[in-house]
Design a protein around this ligand. Structure first.
Ligand SMILES: Cc1cc2nc3c(=O)[nH]c(=O)nc-3n(C[C@H](O)[C@H](O)[C@H](O)COP(=O)(O)OP(=O)(O)OC[C@H]3O[C@@H](n4cnc5c(N)ncnc54)[C@H](O)[C@@H]3O)c2cc1C
Ligand SMILES: *[C@@H]1O[C@H](CO)[C@@H](O)[C@H](O)[C@H]1NC(C)=O
Ligand SMILES: *[C@@H]1O[C@H](CO)[C@@H](O)[C@H](O)[C@H]1NC(C)=O
Ligand SMILES: *[C@@H]1O[C@H](CO)[C@@H](O)[C@H](O)[C@H]1NC(C)=O
Ligand SMILES: *[C@@H]1O[C@H](CO)[C@@H](O)[C@H](O)[C@H]1NC(C)=O
Ligand SMILES: *[C@@H]1O[C@H](CO)[C@@H](O)[C@H](O)[C@H]1NC(C)=O
Length: 541
């Protein structure tokens, strides 16, 4: 059949669908009992190739390929356009039917209804935006939000370049960046969101804007440096590219260290001295346990160590002094694969481990951010966190079939926050707040993150919530009893937070007001706040 005939048939059937739809919608949109179904029919009629109904291949992938299975919520349909204009049109259609919707990127935020929606809504997916293209000057790369960091590292490997992106290649990109974005390269270059040159954004009225720190959207650009998903839908990120052909990175396995204060002491030494002296160094400490036969009752310690360069070529194969704190003899390294490799090589090496969580649920929770002022008090605080968490978990989660957990006290340097506080928006006649929306002062911090993975059973959710919130409350009570409240910074990292946490409550008030004004300017009808309910909404702060 000729393509024109197909098109004509399609036009006819779509007209019939539209007429049917109109009979129960057009006169009284607000009372349409099935707004998502109506919006799906309209999308299907206009964009059949990229509108997916339940049980089709396109649908199953985007509904189920999430980091946490709590997100597999089964929307009425899934829309996967490849053109920003089509996504903009979808926003107009959703708005006209008052249909709730969600937007997903890589799907790594482990909060069910923040990156998907149930059958009362439509899921807009980033999965059609696959572009990867280095700019001619080699200083930036256009990245479609369907990619994961490993795709970008792979694409840039032959050029000897990297972007300020995920420490693990498996992670998704758009959510990561608009939540701030902590990279191994952040100590040198600041947040991932401070290393964006421009975005292509679908605005609430369906129009498409190129958003840069220098054009009339400079305020919107500022809001996207950690302000979350209340502002627009991203279809392209232009990220700065840096010449880093080789890094040195690996995971050291310390087994079960008997005295936690030994481990935390060395982490704090790195936070105070290592990262301060050497902006190429970064570490991720992780303390694990779980209820498998192998892990049960055993707490084990691992440290990711990273240095931005080839230690063989640049340091005569010795590990940098800045990382030495994590390999002192009492740290008993049993296994270690710290070595020069590319970011893509590292991504390939770590991907299999992280695919083991497929099919499970997961939760993140950040009980607090610590200010690292002096070693003794910081170690005491970390010991309190450790004791409260690990003393309670096995009993609290005893009803769960399978579970495992990691506590990560991640050091961030004053230097990296100073880099992030630099003003990058410069537009004549436009007042843009200083720094970024998180407004952190340059000081050494430790971001504490809990993560719990468990079997895919919805009835476990309240048990895990109770455990996490009780542990966080108990930690604050004990720190207060010890006179250590002064070590607690108000800020909670958005990308590590649980739904129950008040993320914007930890942002400075003037920054929150600025975010709210910008949100109102670009989305007066609250499309990305009310019709797209998932995510931390600055309007609710
Ligand atoms: C294994 C693992 C490792 C991680 N490592 C790091 C790390 O090193 N550093 C770090 O900072 N964080 C890290 N994170 C956290 C990560 O930054 C967040 O989970 C982030 O949300 C992931 O981005 P995503 O695109 O997958 O988000 P999704 O889960 O797809 O979405 C998250 C939020 O972003 C919104 N969103 C998604 N796509 C778009 C879009 N195109 N336009 C507008 N809004 C959109 C969604 O509506 C949602 O509210 C890690 C997470 C995991 C699971
Ligand atoms: C829409 O329908 C509802 C109930 O069906 C009715 O109460 C309402 O008045 C209608 N609104 C308009 C503008 O017709
Ligand atoms: C999808 O397939 C499953 C299993 O074959 C079936 O039970 C379900 O009803 C189908 N859903 C839809 C919406 O077609
Ligand atoms: C450490 O782990 C080993 C098994 O790997 C176990 O035999 C030993 O009792 C553990 N020690 C402590 C202090 O937990
Ligand atoms: C690191 O440098 C050494 C020495 O110059 C070289 O042999 C090696 O190939 C480099 N590593 C990588 C991953 O390129
Ligand atoms: C989910 O957990 C509950 C409570 O432990 C249990 O009764 C139920 O059988 C579990 N469901 C599945 C599908 O395993």
């Amino acid at each position: 059949m000729a393509i024109q005939q197909l098109a004509m048939l399609f036009a006819v059937s779509s007209a019939i669908q539209k007429a049917a739809l109109a009979s129960f919608t057009s006169n009284n949109l607000t009372h349409n009992p099935f707004p998502a179904q109506a919006a799906c029919q309209e999308l299907q009629a206009l964009y059949p190739a990229v509108t997916h109904y339940p049980n089709s291949t396109g649908y199953v992938q985007d509904n189920e390929d999430f980091w946490s299975q709590a997100s597999a919520l089964g929307p009425a349909c899934i829309f996967t356009p490849a053109r920003a204009e089509d996504l903009g049109h979808a926003v107009q259609i959703l708005k006209s039917f008052s249909s709730p919707f969600a937007m997903r990127g890589g799907g790594h935020m482990p909060i069910g209804d923040f990156n998907n929606i149930d059958s009362t809504g439509v899921l807009l997916s980033s999965s059609g935006f696959k572009q990867l293209e280095l700019e001619g000057d080699g200083h930036s790369v256009h990245v479609g939000p369907s990619n994961h960091w490993q795709d970008v590292y792979k694409y840039l490997e032959p050029e000897g370049k990297v972007v300020v992106g995920g420490r693990l290649g498996v992670v998704g990109i758009p959510g990561f960046v608009i939540g701030g974005g902590i990279s191994f390269f952040s100590a040198q270059y600041g947040w991932a969101s401070n290393n964006v040159k421009s975005y292509t954004v679908v605005l609430a009225d369906g129009s498409v804007a190129k958003v840069t720190p220098e054009n009339c959207y400079a305020d919107l650009f500022w809001a996207l440096r950690g302000g979350g998903n209340s502002f627009g839908l991203i279809t392209d990120l232009e990220l700065k590219a840096y010449d880093v052909p080789v890094v040195s990175v690996g995971i050291a396995n310390h087994g079960n260290i008997t005295d936690p204060s030994v481990y935390y002491g060395n982490v704090v030494d790195f936070a105070l001295y290592g990262q301060t002296a050497d902006e190429k160094a970064s570490v991720i400490p992780v303390i694990n346990t779980g209820n498998s036969a192998r892990q049960s009752g055993i707490i084990s310690y691992t440290t990711y160590r990273f240095w931005s360069g080839n230690i063989s070529a640049e340091l005569g194969n010795s590990t940098p002094a800045s990382l030495s704190y994590l390999q002192r003899p009492e740290m008993r390294i049993l296994k270690d694969n710290f070595a020069p490799k590319t970011m893509h090589g590292w991504s390939e090496e770590t991907a299999p481990t992280f695919s083991k969580t497929k099919g499970l649920r997961q939760r993140f929770f950040t009980p607090l951010t610590l200010r690292v002022k002096d070693k003794a008090r910081t170690v005491v605080a970390l010991e309190v966190i450790h004791r409260v968490y690990f003393d309670a978990i096995a009993f609290a989660l005893s009803e769960l079939d399978v579970w495992f957990t990691g506590v990560s006290p991640f050091p961030m340097s004053a230097r990296s926050l100073a880099t992030s506080a630099r003003k990058i928006n410069t537009v004549e006649g436009m007042t843009i707040p200083r720094g970024d929306p998180m407004g952190l002062k340059p000081e050494n911090l430790i971001v504490v993150e809990f993560s719990v993975s468990y079997s895919n059973n919805g009835s476990y959710e309240p048990i895990v919530t109770d455990f996490l919130t009780n542990a966080a409350r108990q930690i604050r009570v004990e720190l207060s009893q010890k006179g250590l409240d002064g070590l607690i910074a108000p800020w909670l990292y958005l990308n590590d937070a649980d739904k129950s946490q008040n993320v914007f409550g930890g942002y400075p008030e003037d920054k929150v007001r600025a975010l709210q004004q910008i949100r109102h300017k670009y989305d007066p009808d609250r499309v990305f706040t009310d019709l797209m309910p998932g995510g931390w909404k600055v309007a609710h702060a």
